[in-house]
Design a protein around this ligand. Structure first.
Ligand code: DC
Length: 238
């Protein structure tokens, strides 16, 4: 039996661009990776890109509170993101940065760096070019993907959860001595959300046409299934 090109085109799911936004601890990364892997889509962790540029600033002695210095330096590092959901990779000037970008120091400083407009302009351009190159479609996770980076995304999802649930999840991710007590984790998380939501340039925000999913009472598997269904509905409608 032969499958004509026309039939194959009808069978192959249409390439979709999926934007998944929300504050930290809502299960964004785990959900985005699993959805991309399940549907054969590429994956981009935009938080990792902001963390990578923050790590470069720290490593190169730039004062992250000095927005002018951060702006000038922002063009210098070469940041390359992998898009395989099964092994997300990120390098800075050719060096694997996947470990160093997860330290408490980077986490504490990333909001200041990512609030600088020149940093956002540079990283946004990078994100758009990666999404445009993903022939089979892509899941892009972040804070401003649906509102600013990819306003024409086929599907926009905004994940939320109570601060208590988010702090408990975040504490579970931190290993060994970096795991703080729950109250401290919750305070740090709320502080970062406030900074990310109140910055002038493309703050953390839900797009008007995003589907909001409150994950407080859901298991990760339930959230994944919910988003996979939403993506499949969009693919079928394309
Ligand atoms: O998702 P994450 O916690 O790794 O993100 C780290 C920081 O990067 C977050 O505090 C805000 C910033 N960020 C952003 O400003 N815009 C994005 N699209 C993604 C992350």
């Amino acid at each position: 039996m032969s499958v004509t090109v026309e039939t194959a085109a009808r069978i192959a799911p249409a390439a979709v661009i999926v934007a998944i936004d929300g504050p930290s601890g809502t299960g964004k990364s785990s959900t985005s990776k699993a959805v991309a892997a399940a549907l054969g889509l590429s994956y981009l962790d935009t938080g990792a890109q902001y963390r990578a540029i923050t790590w470069w600033m720290i490593s190169n002695g730039i004062d992250v509170q000095d927005a002018a210095a951060v702006a000038v330096a922002s063009a210098k590092p070469s940041i390359v993101s992998g898009t395989d959901p099964l092994s997300p990779a990120i390098t800075v000037d050719g060096v694997d940065a996947s470990g160093p970008i997860r330290t408490q120091e980077v986490t504490a400083k990333v909001s200041a760096v990512s609030a600088v407009p020149e940093v956002r302009a540079r990283i946004t351009e990078l994100q758009r070019s990666i999404a445009a190159a993903a022939a089979d479609g892509i899941v892009v996770e972040g804070r401003d993907i649906g509102t600013t980076v990819l306003p024409d995304a086929d599907l926009k999802v905004f994940l939320t959860a109570s601060p208590e649930a988010r702090a408990a999840r975040r504490n579970g991710e931190l290993k060994g001595k970096e795991a703080a007590d729950l109250a401290a984790t919750k305070d740090a998380l709320i502080k970062r959300d406030t900074a990310d939501s109140s910055r002038k340039t493309s703050p953390l925000a839900k797009a008007d046409d995003a589907v909001e999913v409150d994950t407080t009472e859901l298991t990760l598997q339930q959230v994944i299934e919910c988003v996979v269904t939403l993506v499949e509905e969009k693919q079928a409608a394309k």
